[in-house]
Ligand binder design. Structure first.
Ligand code: CA2
Length: 147
């Protein structure tokens, strides 16, 4: 059966490719979704790609993923560094969680060095640009086929 992977993006990531290309590159979130959808097809996976600027919406989508998804790939944006609510929600999810950051958060301001989500994540990718999403999807494929 085709497994569903939920790909979540947090605040301001809808602006990817439209502002600050020196940090986040030129590709848009639509480009990311297309790349993930194409790769998922090769792996017989399906992706549900969602972005919100609202913390509670991301929590609700994590709850939805509890019902139907084998894994979550999440770029929580700035909520990585602040949100215990998103961490708590992810802690209720039984599948694999992979955290993606487009930029290298460890090379940036010190307030970006800590991520609450990393405490739950099975793996973290940072600083690989948007390629991080497809790398995470490859890793998800490996994890789902390991058990
Ligand atoms: O590097 C990442 O992916 C981040 O999660 C992006 C967040 C930032 O708060 C995290 O520390 C690291 C910010 C997303 C803002 O995205 C924009 C994209 C283009 C233009 C402006 C903002």
């Amino acid at each position: 059966m085709t497994k569903l992977i939920t790909v979540l993006n947090g605040p301001n990531l809808n602006l990817l490719g439209k502002r600050q290309p020196e940090i986040y590159g030129h590709d848009t979130l639509d480009d990311v979704e297309q790349q993930c959808t194409a790769l998922a097809g090769e792996f017989d996976l399906q992706v549900r790609f969602q972005q919100s600027n609202h913390e509670g919406q991301l929590v609700d989508w994590i709850h939805d993923a509890r019902e139907d998804s084998g894994g979550i790939i999440i770029n929580p944006g700035a909520y990585s560094h602040t949100s215990i609510a998103i961490l708590d929600a992810l802690n209720t999810f039984e599948g694999a969680v992979l955290e993606v950051h487009v930029s290298n958060i460890h090379q940036r301001e010190s307030f970006r060095h800590h991520s609450y989500v990393s405490q739950r994540a099975n793996g973290v990718i940072a600083g690989f640009g948007i390629e991080g999403y497809t790398l995470a999807l490859r890793r998800m494929h490996t994890l789902l086929n390991a058990g």
